[in-house]
Design a protein around this ligand. Structure first.
Ligand code: ZN
Length: 117
C-alpha cells in the first residue's frame, strides 16, 4: 500500500517508520479527550496524515476481539470496534491536537482512496 503526501506529493510505503501512533489530547470547542492517534508521517517533508483514532472503548473491543474464543463472538466485537472507530472519526472531525509541538487539525476521510501498488 502506498501513501501519497498531499503536502509534497511524495509517495511512500507503509513501514514502522512511517506508520506511527501517539497519545494525544484532542480538543474541539469545549470538549477534550485523550485519544490514541495512528498516523502516517511523510519521510520527505515530515507532514502527518491521520489514519485512525482509538479511545478506551475501541481499544477494549480490540482486546476482546483478540480474546474471543468463537467466530461469532469475535465478529460481534469486531463490529463494535469498527462502529466505535467510525464514531470517533465523525466526532472529532475538525478537532485540534498537538504533536511534537505542532498544532494539527484532525481531518480524516475514511473513504479516501489509498493507492494500491
Ligand atoms: Zn510530504
Amino acid at each position: 500500500m502506498i501513501i501519497n503526501c498531499k503536502y509534497c506529493n511524495h509517495n511512500y510505503d507503509i513501514t514502522d517508520k512511517t506508520l506511527l501512533d501517539e497519545r494525544i489530547e484532542m480538543t474541539k470547542g469545549e470538549r477534550r479527550a485523550i485519544l490514541r492517534l495512528i498516523y502516517f508521517q511523510c519521510p520527505n517533508c515530515g507532514e502527518i496524515k491521520p489514519a485512525m483514532l482509538d479511545d478506551k472503548k475501541s481499544l477494549y473491543y480490540a482486546k476482546r476481539k483478540l480474546e474471543a474464543k468463537t467466530e461469532s463472538v469475535k465478529r460481534k466485537h469486531e463490529e463494535r470496534f469498527a462502529n466505535v472507530r467510525k464514531k470517533l472519526i465523525d466526532e472529532w472531525q475538525g478537532g485540534s491536537f498537538e504533536l511534537a509541538g505542532v498544532i494539527h487539525t484532525f481531518e480524516l476521510n475514511p473513504d479516501e482512496e489509498i493507492k494500491h501498488q
